[in-house]
Ligand binder design. Structure first.
Ligand SMILES: Cc1cc2nc3c(=O)[nH]c(=O)nc-3n(C[C@H](O)[C@H](O)[C@H](O)COP(=O)(O)OP(=O)(O)OC[C@H]3O[C@@H](n4cnc5c(N)ncnc54)[C@H](O)[C@@H]3O)c2cc1C
Ligand code: SF4
Length: 560
């Protein structure tokens, strides 16, 4: 790698322009700080969004998955990576990683576009509760977060007001309500299931809390229910950092966006033991450059941020505790659940129907503060799912009889669990110094597997999904539990640079600031000491705002 040019100096460098980086850049540049937003991704325009492009308009009519797999064998396993948008994801051959023999990990959603994963995310947005943050105090596993739910509330509210989250108020202790826009509706089958499982089990199925607008905000239109949000949205109706937080940061004139920049290392000033800036490889020219700043904020997504720290010093930067890389978590998803049919419910399937961009959510009901504790496992899980009125493609017959029978479709409802994975020291990432990516940067070696607790949760998901569907009157109920579901499919990697009050046992403090290097912050989910079972991004964003506000206070006090 050849070094070029004199480094430029900023007040802050933010690495990554996704959920966390967008917020850090917006807050600081709106407060007048000069920010460099350095991101491996390239910008997209509204014209690049393809939510209204039909498969038959594509070169391979969305039928050439094997062709995509040649360059993207891992990314293609992500349900959101299709011919419509596969060029937003990384090329797995150019940017590999390695895994421990016998322990596969599917590192999906490695985005290479401005906005990161928020371009393609599922938009389910849930707060964590006090019990979620204090799991260790509740059952002795893992570690508590070094902050309380009440510390996060003002930041949740700020983020929710800006992002726009539709949902139903439930007053449920396990899932604190957000500040909601009006909810999207449940279907008639979902209403039936909601009421049956409340009556028979006391469980709550609510409409998914979605970062899809039902009322306009900040020039963004309400959702028009076209469906495939993972291909983009020309009306900006779901939350994508690219056209919200990042756009706001750029509007200030204080934020310099450096796209196509693969950050390699945090550089250090040896005299002051402070971060001096970052080096990055330009993805197009392959030149290596350095930029400098008074503060460095890593927001490259948990695994990528920790990779940068591991590449920055022989034993990892900010690793006096020795725990950098450890306590990696993901959610167990598509591992356990069930489905059933509702032939008695009315309705005719149609191709021209509205496509609600998300389904209902069953709130965690195992090992709750006031409920029974399971003998088989700690923590719990929620379900995402939904109902569809499908055509009866498998109907018997020929000609007109078949055409009529196909239209005589029926409702089907499914549940897929999202389970909490405990943080284990042995689930970790290290550098594989023998393998580099196409930019010459050493790659990650991932060593992760589920333990007995995770497998017990997966088994229980099938049992409870089956009993809820049966109790709701579903027929042909089928359940599944895949204890060998590969970690990574949850696409919710958390941990590997955990927060804590004790610098001997953690990498970051409660403001995601390095214990060792005071002007270095990691504001994505790398700092999560535990992962709850709810989707993490709303909490990632609330934490990023809280930590950025703390950073700015420290700048004012000249403490960094
Ligand atoms: C298909 C899918 C569905 C999902 N559904 C949900 C959901 O329903 N609810 C939910 O809460 N979460 C969901 N998630 C997860 C959610 O998208 C992430 O939790 C969130 O975006 C993480 O934010 P982040 O800022 O850490 O990283 P990202 O949003 O991924 O942003 C990271 C950015 O850093 C850049 N980057 C990476 N490495 C480098 C580097 N070395 N140098 C410079 N830049 C770098 C990337 O290009 C990217 O732009 C989903 C994810 C996927 C892929
Ligand atoms: S379903 Fe709504 S949010 Fe999703 S792409 Fe269509 S209009 Fe946008």
């Amino acid at each position: 790698m050849q070094k070029l040019a004199r480094p430029q100096e900023y007040d802050a460098i933010v690495v990554g322009s996704g959920a966390s980086g967008g917020w850090a850049a917006k807050r600081m540049s709106e407060a007048g700080m000069r920010v460099a937003l350095v991101c491996a991704g390239r910008p997209l325009k509204d014209g690049d969004y393809r939510e209204h492009v039909q498969p038959y308009e594509l070169k391979y009519q969305a039928r050439a998955n094997d062709l995509l797999r040649r360059k993207q064998p891992v990314q293609k396993d992500c349900y959101a990576c299709t011919e419509h948008n596969s060029d937003w994801f990384c090329n797995d051959i150019d940017e590999p990683y390695t895994t421990e023999p016998g322990k596969p990990f599917s590192w999906q959603g490695r985005m290479r576009v401005t906005g990161g994963r928020t371009n393609v995310w599922g938009r389910h947005s849930y707060r964590y509760s006090q019990q979620d943050l204090k799991g260790y105090s509740f059952d002795g596993a893992g570690a508590d977060w070094p902050l309380d739910y009440k510390d996060l509330v003002p930041y949740y509210e700020l983020v929710e007001d800006y992002v726009g989250i539709s949902g139903m108020v439930e007053n449920h202790p396990e899932l604190p309500d957000s500040k909601f826009q009006p909810s999207m509706p449940l279907t008639c089958v979902e209403d039936k299931v909601r009421s049956a499982i409340k009556t028979k089990f006391g469980r709550t199925m609510t409409m998914g809390r979605l970062a899809n607008l039902t009322t306009p905000i900040n020039g963004r239109a309400p959702c028009h229910f076209c469906g495939p949000c993972e291909r983009g949205c020309i009306t900006h109706s779901y939350f994508n950092a690219a056209f919200t937080t990042v756009a706001d940061a750029l509007k200030t004139g204080n934020c310099t966006h450096i796209p196509n920049a693969m950050v390699y290392q945090v550089t250090m000033d040896k005299a002051t033991h402070k971060a001096r800036g970052v080096t990055y490889v330009d993805r197009i020219t392959r030149e290596t450059r350095e930029i400098r700043a008074k503060t460095v904020v890593l927001c490259a997504q948990a695994l990528e941020s920790t990779r940068i720290l591991l590449n920055s010093a022989p034993d990892g930067l900010g690793n006096s505790s020795g725990v950098l890389g450890r306590y990696l978590m993901d959610h167990m998803w598509v591992a356990g659940g069930g489905s059933g049919e509702f032939p008695d419910m009315p309705g005719k399937p149609s191709l021209n129907t509205a496509h609600r961009p998300g389904g209902p959510y069953v709130i965690r009901f195992r090992n709750t503060a006031k409920g029974e504790r399971s003998k088989d496992f700690l923590r719990g899980y929620g379900f995402q799912g939904g109902s569809q009125l499908n055509f009866a493609y498998g109907a018997p017959g020929f000609g007109q009889a078949y055409k009529d029978a196909v239209k005589d479709g029926q409702w089907r409802m499914e549940f897929s669990g999202f389970g909490e994975c405990l943080p284990y020291a042995h689930n970790r990432i290290t550098l594989n110094k023998n393998v580099t990516d196409v930019f010459g940067i050493p790659v990650l070696h991932i060593d992760m597997s589920w333990g007995d607790n995770e497998r017990a949760i997966i088994r229980d998901m099938a049992v409870s999904a089956g009993e809820m569907l049966e109790a709701s009157g579903a027929r042909n109920v089928r359940t599944f539990s895949h204890e060998d579901r590969i970690p990574g499919y949850g696409i919710h990697e958390m941990g590997s640079a955990r927060m804590g009050s004790d610098p001997k046992q953690s990498v970051l403090n409660q403001f995601q600031q390095s214990h060792d290097v005071k002007n270095l912050f990691v504001m994505d989910a790398a700092g999560f000491p535990s992962g709850a079972c709810q989707n993490p991004t709303l909490t990632i964003m609330a934490m990023a705002v809280r930590s950025t506000d703390y950073l700015m206070e420290q700048v004012k006090k000249r403490n960094l």
